[in-house]
Design a binder for this molecule. Structure first.
Ligand code: ADP
Length: 473
């Protein structure tokens, strides 16, 4: 008989139910890729649980029996729903704290703390109501970290069976806000931890502390969180338990992100029909109101407008290239100051630069398939998906040598890499790319090398599988 490992996979967002950022991509694919790792000897029963945010899009939901959790003097109803996607059971958890604010991540730290504490408590109760018990709790980032803390402390209190804790670390600086009051309200005590004092009440550090294994989303980032520069004050704590830390690169959904079948594109292409790609470029130029000319280099920026992404460096770099013949398209939303700066660029260079301030998945795909290069000068980048999508579409990434960017883009083979967080360093890399582009053979070699890389989840899912196996011996 084959062995089964049950994994409860928790995340704040998961495509196709709701996606705000890269975490939504990851949680949308990794759990089902893990299930696909099942073989004759081992069954991986991974189940996903996410909050039923008001903006969630879901069909065929089956309401489960309502259950209650105690909060202070009252009881809060947990209204959970079940559905199945690609053969995987998915649970959506609702309740007053989740309804209270509409967005996945709001500007109100107190409300978010309450929402995700409720979600973590409810998710840890859920298995008792579905007649299924996990062997592994796999949380992601601060939002679901408290589930790990609850799992560990409950086990200590009541001597329950060992359930392993895994935390995927997608973004160290976002640790959540003081959760002591919320935890206290749910009757969860703060433990004596060896965390720095300021971190003892924050969800992410509590999750790190409670984890049997912490997985940074790239090997590069796993090394970086041990340093003062990227460790956000927890580098010493992380270094002390570095044997529990590893790095597993995120993948991309290669079925969805596939230029050969992508429905958002007017012209599909693959490695053997790469010459057809330029039709997408010309259509994109036309759509954006730029001069239609395959020989003018078209630079793409698809990014959250956040200083993390170094998007300000991209703007300064483009602004400084007054006398250079190029076109650029900037697609992104976020920090209003950065959005203004992007609009200002379009006003300064109306014939050269187009700015689109919205989240537009189809346009993003058209840019990956039409732009010649993509800028990603991130200040830090735990993994980064955009550079991998770009390579899959033959769009050459120009990235800073940091985190997952350093792990995925090979200078001179699949893209251009620069070191310093300075716009002139980026300008240098862009100019190298512009110089290379007219050499069609060299450029196509870069494109083809990137398109031939395997960025699917298959490799990473196998690594997670090995990790689970080591934890549930
Ligand atoms: P992060 O998660 O830090 O935002 P990633 O590179 O890991 O960055 O993932 C970003 C994802 O979101 C990519 O799939 C990218 O194409 C997409 N994206 C970012 N901004 C936009 C936008 N304005 N419109 C459409 N897709 C976007």
């Amino acid at each position: 008989m084959s062995k089964t490992i049950n994994v409860l996979f928790l995340a704040a967002e998961a495509d196709p139910f709701i996606k705000v950022g890269g975490l939504g991509d990851v949680s949308g694919v990794l759990p089902r890729e893990l299930r696909a790792c099942s073989n004759d000897d081992l069954k991986l029963d991974v189940r996903l649980v996410i909050p039923y945010h008001p903006a969630v899009k879901a069909e065929n939901l089956r309401p489960m029996e309502v259950f209650f959790i105690r909060r202070g003097d009252t009881e809060i109803a947990v209204e959970a729903f079940e559905t199945v996607i690609h053969g995987m059971p998915v649970y959506l958890v609702n309740g007053d704290p989740i309804r209270a604010n509409g967005s996945v991540y709001s500007m109100d730290a107190k409300q978010d703390t309450e929402k995700y504490t409720f979600f973590s408590v409810a998710a840890m109760e859920l298995p008792n109501h579905i007649n299924w018990q996990p062997d592994v709790i796999h949380a992601n980032d601060w939002h679901t970290s408290l589930s790990l803390y609850i799992n560990l402390t409950k086990r200590w209190e009541s001597g329950l069976k060992h359930v392993a804790n895994v935390l995927s670390l997608h973004n160290m600086p976002f640790m959540g806000a003081d959760a002591s009051a919320s935890l206290d309200a749910y009757g969860i005590k703060l433990a004596q931890t060896d965390l720095p004092e300021w971190a003892r009440v924050l969800p992410l550090p509590l999750g790190l502390w409670a984890s049997d294994a912490v997985v940074a989303v790239s090997p590069g980032y796993a090394g970086e969180v041990l340093t003062e520069e990227f460790g956000c004050g927890l580098h010493e704590f992380m270094s002390q338990r570095s044997e529990t830390l590893s790095g597993i690169l995120n993948g991309i959904d290669t079925t969805s992100f596939d230029p050969a079948v992508d429905k958002a594109l007017s012209v599909n292409y693959n490695l053997d029909t790469l010459e057809r790609r330029s039709e997408n470029k010309e259509l994109l130029q036309e759509k954006l109101g730029l001069q239609r000319d395959p020989n003018i280099p078209l630079i793409g920026v698809i990014s959250r407008m956040d200083v993390q992404k170094g998007i300000d460096l991209s703007f300064t770099a483009l602004k400084s290239m007054k006398r250079v013949n190029f076109q650029a398209v900037i697609l992104g939303t976020g920090d209003p100051k950065l959005e203004d700066a992007a609009t200002e660029l379009q006003i300064l260079f109306p014939d050269k630069i187009k700015t689109i301030l919205k989240f537009d998945a189809n346009l993003a795909r058209q840019i990956y398939a039409g732009a010649d290069m993509l800028l990603m000068p991130s200040r830090y980048e735990p993994c980064g998906l955009a550079q991998m999508i770009a390579m899959r579409y033959g769009c050459i990434p120009i990235v800073r040598a940091v985190g997952g960017l350093k792990d995925t883009v090979i200078p001179g083979e699949t893209g251009f890499v620069f070191e310093k967080t300075h716009h002139m360093s980026l300008v240098g890399a862009i100019k190298s790319a512009l110089k290379t582009m007219p050499d069609r053979e060299k450029w196509q070699a870069l494109q083809k090398n990137g398109m031939a890389k395997d960025f699917s989840w298959k490799v990473s899912a196998q690594e997670y599988l090995k990790l689970y196996q080591s934890l549930v011996k």
